[in-house]
Design a protein around this ligand. Structure first.
Ligand code: FES
Length: 95
């Protein structure tokens, strides 16, 4: 288990303690969240969300052409393959 970080969702206001190295979707949902997901492999974009604050890394590279350059610039990520490097604030279902 990696270092534990607090991941807070702006829509529900809820926070989950997630170990660095774990998928935010898998870990949050196992703790009672209901984040949307599909492929869980960085392909379908069902899990897209915006990182408002904090640092993250990808567990694996997203498939090419899943997120647009604008989305990437705006800190949109595929949460299923994202893990926290610091405490994070996340806005699900960004505009
Ligand atoms: S669940 Fe498909 S890209 Fe994340």
């Amino acid at each position: 288990m990696g270092k534990i970080h607090k991941v807070t969702f702006t829509d529900t206001g809820k926070s989950y303690d997630i170990a660095q190295g774990e998928s935010i979707v898998t870990s949050s949902n196992s703790k009672g969240a209901s984040l949307p997901f599909g492929c869980m492999q960085g392909m379908c974009t069902t899990c897209v969300a915006k990182i408002i604050h904090g640092d993250f890394e990808y567990l694996e590279e997203p498939e090419p052409n899943t997120l647009t350059e604008d989305e990437i610039k705006n800190n949109h990520v595929l949460l299923c393959i994202t893990t926290p490097l610091t405490d994070l604030t996340v806005s699900p279902c960004p505009e």
